[in-house]
Design a protein around this ligand. Sequence first.
Ligand SMILES: Nc1ncnc2c1ncn2[C@@H]1O[C@H](COP(=O)(O)OP(=O)(O)OP(=O)(O)O)[C@@H](O)[C@H]1O
Ligand SMILES: [Mg+2]
Ligand SMILES: [Zn+2]
Length: 458
Amino acid sequence: MAKVRTQYVCQNCGYNSPRYLGRCPNCGQWNTLVEEQVQSTSASSAKAKTTTLTGLVSKPQKISEIDSKQTPRVKTRLNELNRVLGGGIVPGSLILIGGDPGIGKSTLLLQVSGQLSDEHHRVLYVSGEESGTQIKMRAERLGVSGDDFYVYPETNMDSIRDTIRDLKPEYVVIDSVQTMQATDVSSAIGSVSQIREVTAQLMQIAKSNNITIFVVGHVTKGGALAGPKILEHMVDTVLYFEGDLHHTYRILRSVKNRFGSTNELGIFEMHTNGLTEVKNPSEIFLEERLRDATGSAVVVSLEGTRPILVEIQALVTPTVYGNAQRTATGLSRNRVSLIMAVLEKRANLMLQNQDAYLKAAGGVKLDEPAIDLAIAVSIASSYRDKGTRPSDAFVGEVGLTGEIRRVNRIEQRVAEAQKLGFERIFVPKNNLKGWKVPTGIQVIGVTTLKEALHLALA
Ligand SMILES: Nc1ncnc2c1ncn2[C@@H]1O[C@H](COP(=O)(O)OP(=O)(O)OP(=O)(O)O)[C@@H](O)[C@H]1O
Ligand SMILES: [Mg+2]
Ligand SMILES: [Zn+2]
């Protein structure tokens, strides 16, 4: 009989303490410690965890004897998903998909499940949130069927494990990790201890049976995956599904990938009959752009391996009363504040009594230094009420002394701008060395912010 004791577990980072604390000493968050019952694991259950479903126990192996022959990745019919995963699904991996409520996590996984079963892979879709009927209704709307596609409304991990053993699927979807219950943990469903145990069990099932498991995770108001950060540490791949519910675009972003590069983006569009891929995102993000508006600058941003062109919009207006407002949508507020300070000090723009609203158009989120120059140009354009040329694009990091700093992969960025018909692109002067500047587009090297503004807003 296992002993039960009470512990206080931080719901943010998983830190535990024998007594209640107002502030977590590990991650510094307030009021995140919650009382949970933990059972000290008995020797027999600890042993059970190291054996596979088939009863085999793994042994140490000489590295020279390990077979390094890579199992080929399984390509889904959604190329955008394949790219985000680093070229396709790695068999036996545990993939976590996080996202806001209603963003389309279940839709995406249901579609992928249907496609995999169409290719004669056996798929088990475990749902703790919806009944079989509800899933069937969605499947009908999305046109998903398949002979080897099993739907299983269940939350008990023991039953799920037994079913996986009997059914022997190649792919399992767990929708969602927060609704699953491991019976040897007595804490409430969705608590840190439960999530940790459920994930550990799933990991073990995936690794020892070479089953790929997709796990849905809910996201908190702050945008982090609900439950502990450790959830992200445990799994192989973490994908975030984002976008805003008012737009039809959805972005799948890889934030951790043991088998591929991170910060890859996959772009989808949500329709009644499901998600479709967006093949040329730059066109979409520039689609609604006004030709002669002020406060607009296009940046060639590199999210992962693919460049996308996005319009940065700024609206700068005098502050009516109180403190100047600074808001940023899809951009970091800190980055915007810093660039505004540099504009003030190094380019003589009087911005301290101006409100500024910044936005990356189309609901995309950008976070790389190369977008700085476009942010600066859009702010200056709005402030001076002078339009930028619609055929100009901007790339460059802005330094604190007002210098334009080099960015990575300049050739790719310039090529993308050229492909979309831009006539001029402003780049850091230091980026001009060591490669062949193309002829179809005018590449303008700039050293300072002041110089860039002078040329762009002439
Ligand atoms: N009949 C419909 N026609 C078109 N779009 C629909 C329809 N029903 C649902 N949707 C879209 O699907 C979205 C819900 O998708 P889904 O249930 O896959 O999201 P989820 O991320 O799994 O949500 P949850 O967190 O609630 O599980 C809705 O926000 C809506 O955009
Ligand atoms: Mg769902
Ligand atoms: Zn903590």
